[in-house]
Write a protein that binds this ligand. Structure first.
Ligand code: NAD
Length: 247
């Protein structure tokens, strides 16, 4: 029998896929959320992950749209069950200098990285409260902790996620629910590997450990926070950045 049901938003992306695998390896049934336009890619992903032995399902939904999240949650409830572990992982960047940033780039990044946390968590928190057990894990970023040139939108959204974490952690701690933030540094996903080698080398030069992080390293931390062993960790913001930013 599955230990718990986990929902990973942006679950078929670089870090999302590793998170789904780790949570499945730990005995959980995992639902990977994806956007409607990614349906074909998601089916290929599902077949490959199942062939590799992972207990995964798919759930279509746009995390920036509350109604879409309501429909997605109802479908998951009916087809898989009640979500015990939520990983708010979906995210985008739309970088640019603030003085030239169009409103649409501000809104898109805030909606997908921050308002999404409300839109999805709001759907599943009642079930966790009823059961007296739950895990909410928000994937933020080093750039929400230190700010980043050209990322006022992303830095604001990612910093906002941790404010949410701290407040909800207080509201739910007595009910067996933990809420935590993970702030990754630069991870060697497709997005980061697509950066010009010269620029990437400069980034790596600023990381004391001397390399990019691996998606599996983020996923193993998620898996630990989702476990019973991590019941005393709540409201935390855990940096995982190779020493690039220490606070
Ligand atoms: P990725 O682009 O591979 O994955 C992001 C996923 O989110 C994609 O599958 C995308 O389709 C999905 N997504 C985007 N908008 C969505 C929406 N409206 N609804 C549902 N899904 C949507 O990127 P990644 O590197 O795997 O990033 C995962 C998370 O980690 C993001 O929140 C990102 O900000 C954060 N992060 C990444 C790094 C890094 O170095 N890669 C560093 C720090 C933080």
């Amino acid at each position: 029998m599955s230990k718990h049901i986990a929902l990973v938003t942006g679950g078929i992306g670089g870090i999302g896929t590793s998170i789904c695998r780790e949570l499945s390896k730990a005995g959980n049934t995992v639902v990977a959320n994806h956007l409607a336009f990614e349906a074909e890619k998601a089916q290929v992903w599902l077949a490959a992950e199942r062939a590799a032995g992972y207990d995964v399902h798919l759930a279509e939904g746009d995390v920036s749209d509350f109604e879409s999240c309501t429909a997605m949650a109802a479908k998951i409830q009916a087809e898989v069950g009640s979500v015990d572990i939520l990983v708010n992982n979906a995210g985008i960047t739309k970088d640019g200098m603030f003085k030239k940033m169009p409103l649409e780039n501000w809104m898109a990044v805030l909606n997908i990285n921050l308002n999404s946390v409300f839109n999805v968590t709001r759907q599943v928190v009642d079930g966790m409260l009823e059961k007296g057990w739950g895990r909410v894990i928000n994937i933020s970023s080093i750039n929400g902790q230190k700010g980043q040139f050209g990322q006022t939108n992303y830095s604001a959204a990612k910093a906002g996620m941790h404010g949410f974490t701290k407040a909800l952690a207080q509201e739910t701690a007595a009910k067996g629910i933990t809420v935590n933030t993970i702030s990754p540094g630069y991870i060697g996903t497709e997005m980061v590997m697509a950066i010009k080698e010269e620029v990437r080398n400069q980034i790596v030069a600023g990381i004391p450990v001397g390399r990019l992080g691996k998606p599996e390293e983020i996923a193993k931390l998620v898996n630990y926070l989702a476990s019973d062993d991590a019941a005393f960790i709540t409201g935390a913001n855990i940096a995982i950045n190779g020493g690039q930013h220490m606070c």
